[in-house]
Design a protein around this ligand. Structure first.
Ligand SMILES: *Cc1c(COP(=O)(O)O)cnc(C)c1O
Length: 421
């Protein structure tokens, strides 16, 4: 363990020893009074790689040059563009290449996958999720339940934190699974809770779910590109994530989907089909009958959004160069330094800040309750060149992202916050 110090020199020293320090140069950092802002919202919208515009330009050029022929003649032919993303994406989430595909948007993918993996019966119809799941996930689950003719109050189990706590105990999740062992159809939890930053034990939850005969899926919006994942080995049934948070693919960019290999041969699984899920060797015969691909691409509906994918590829290539292993190593130290700085501020400011992210279960986000403060604090942080995320009534979420945040960012955040409190 490093003996941290709350000084600019110390932060700069850590930066100078950081093996990933050069990667910050590869991103556009938002500016404030001609200097870099402290950008702590990579968990909301990741920063833009400087190469993104070249990747986009390539596709614009090929479109200008070839028109529709670009599907075959583009440098990266559009017909198979999504396939060149597969291997590198699989490495990020710990999957086999046949198990991941980039398609649609996150909430769309959750719905499409639930069509196949939430098949409620009179006996087995319940869904278990974490309390305070991201709103879109709550709406998706509620609407799926209603769509199948069940009542939300009967079918949705939300595991809540204990009184006065923010963390959801895994024991409580396992207890709820056991209590509903004969009626549970699906577990769908965020791999990392967006609000508290709590990381869930995906392997343990998948095991516990399977033991009682439920399907297990994860929303990895806050986990992909943040944590080391092993979806295949953890035996997760399905997962979906967006690419615009830690994966830096730009606002609303194309999302990811995972379906475990064990389901690929089961072509009887019901699904909503489109032509891009049809066996690609005969897709363009344009036959009436749907012949399903025997991998996750079966869940694709439409031809690929190339511009969105090009932006994703720019960031993906950087991720592939660095690797999740190294990002994870830096992330642990960076987050620990932020925690240290917050504790230092507390010594001076009478414990006005409470970290609600569990120390033992976290990635690169720390959520802080600022006692006695309101939105004015957030506005002042912005005015002073810090971009954190604010959740009513008084939670600041900070995500020091190992790809481009520095130890100096954290030091400066502490300095500014101390001044404002
Ligand atoms: C960001 C986020 C979403 C957003 O969904 P979109 O379909 O991409 O708009 C959904 N769920 C979670 C858990 C998120 O963090």
């Amino acid at each position: 363990m490093i003996n941290f110090r709350n000084t600019l020199d110390f932060a700069k020293e850590l930066d100078s020893k950081d093996p990933l320090k050069s990667y910050r140069q590869k991103f556009h950092i938002p500016q404030h009074n001609n200097s870099d802002m402290v950008y702590f919202t990579g968990n909301s919208l990741g920063l833009q790689p400087k190469t993104t515009k070249d990747y986009l330009q390539q596709e614009l050029n090929d479109w200008a040059k070839y028109g529709v022929e670009g599907h075959f003649l583009a440098k990266n032919p559009w017909l198979s563009y999504h396939e060149i993303l597969t291997d590198k994406t699989a490495k990020i989430v710990g999957a086999q290449p046949t198990e991941v595909v980039m398609m649609n948007q996150l909430t769309v993918n959750l719905h499409l996958l639930m069509v196949s993996f939430y098949r409620p019966t009179k006996q087995r119809f319940k869904i278990l999720c974490e309390a305070k799941a991201f709103p879109s996930d709550q709406y998706a689950l509620q609407s799926q339940i209603k769509f199948h003719g069940f009542k939300v109050e009967d079918a949705l189990i939300e595991v809540v934190p204990r009184d006065g706590e923010y963390e959801i105990h895994h024991d409580d999740i396992y207890k709820a699974i056991q209590e509903n062992k004969d009626t549970l159809a699906l577990i769908l939890i965020g791999g990392v809770n967006y609000f508290s930053g709590q990381v869930f034990d995906m392997k343990g939850i998948a095991e516990a779910g399977h033991q009682v005969g439920a399907m297990v899926g994860f929303d990895l919006a806050h986990a992909a590109g943040n944590l080391k994942l092993a979806l295949h080995d953890w035996n997760v049934d399905f997962a979906a994530w967006c690419s615009y948070k830690y994966l830096n693919a730009g606002p609303g960019s194309v999302a990811g989907a995972f379906v475990h290999e064990k389901h690929h041969k089961n072509t009887d699984l019901p699904l909503f089909a489109g032509w891009w899920g049809h066996d690609k060797t005969t897709r363009f015969k344009m036959d009436r009958e749907f012949v399903p691909m025997e991998n996750v691409e079966r869940w694709q509906l439409s031809n690929a959004p190339i511009l969105s994918m090009a932006a994703y590829k720019a960031s993906l290539d950087i991720f592939d160069e660095v690797g999740m292993e190294k990002l994870n190593e830096k992330s642990k130290v960076l987050t620990a330094y932020l925690e240290f700085i917050v504790e230092e501020i507390n010594k001076q400011k009478k414990n006005s800040l409470e970290i609600i992210t569990p120390k033992a279960n976290r990635g690169c986000q720390i959520s802080i309750v600022a006692h006695g403060q309101g939105k004015a604090l957030y506005n002042k942080l912005i005015e002073n060149g810090v971009i954190p995320d604010w959740r009513e009534p008084n939670v600041i979420r900070c995500a020091p992202v190992p790809m481009y945040n520095s130890f100096e960012d954290i030091y400066r955040f502490g300095e500014i916050l101390t001044k404002l409190l």
